[in-house]
Ligand binder design. Sequence first.
Ligand code: AMP
Ligand code: MN
Length: 339
Amino acid sequence: MSKTTTANQADAAAGSDVVTSICQAILRRQRFLLTSHARPDGDTIGSQLAMAYALEALGKQVKLVNADAAPDHYREFPGVDRIEIAERSDAEADALIVMECSDLSRTGVAGLDGHFIINIDHHAGNRMYGALNWFDESAAACGEMVFDVIRALGVPLSREIATHIYLAILTDTGSFHHSNITPRTFDICRQAVEAGVNPAAMARRVFDSNSFGKLKLIGALLDAMELIDNGRLAVLYLDEGMLETCGCTHNDTEGVINLPLTAREIQAVVFFKAGATGEVRVSMRSKYDVDVRAVANAYGGGGHKNAAGFTVAGQLAEVRPQIIERLVTAVREGLKSRP
Ligand code: AMP
Ligand code: MN
């Protein structure tokens, strides 16, 4: 059986058929494997661990696996050290819950296909690869959906669960900047705060825990920033040499992409990270109706209107012009409906 909801059913999510089916499937099973997408972000970690604590509150056995380690500033959040980092998992489980992944391959973990899969995601273009699929593009974070499942399971919001739900929302909304924030977002945050989350401490832990090396890296990246289309598009470039000079790792690039958007004129940012592998990793962010997901889709990537990404084969100099052209078009289109 495979059921889905659409965006306009989202408000009824907690009572919807698919949430009920997911709850029934969870209650009938004992051993769970939880995973999410490679190169984890706050929504990945938050959704996964909120679900883990909720299942454990029901007496279930939970294992967690991800392809990549969490960025440093998430490591001190409860349970993060329990996530196994592996390219493959042969863990036995009665169900695999995949959160935040439009496709099973987004996990970057091999060996997961044979499981009974529960797919919970908010990325457009979800492939409905589960036995149960809940896809809600209107959710500002996958953590909002996980919250609905936890509530429908009747699990009280412990401080750990509330912390992870809040982490998911705080980060996936770009600290409440993106355009998919709704009353539901704040209602969930209100409940998280009532359950003991301290918003100031969360913001400090997530956004104000940079190393000095990262500050240097930010300086170097912004110094080399290029402005295009009368300053409406900002372009950032990272090469391995910069990381070395600043004593940083790839993890330290997290969040840097949002900084150019603090300039009034800049409507979109693209961040090119050229690796040694002959591939370029491309991350994009935008304001209001500038749709960077459409650009990501053209290269087989994905994401959301205001935050999307993809990886493309080739040298930066070859792939760059077309990507920039598409982004300039997206910026001009998006500005037409600027509030
Ligand atoms: P990033 O720029 O890596 O922070 O990604 C921004 C958003 O786009 C996140 O929601 C990602 O999950 C999504 N995203 C990034 N890369 C891909 C991809 N290759 N396929 C699908 N979604 C992606
Ligand atoms: Mn997300």
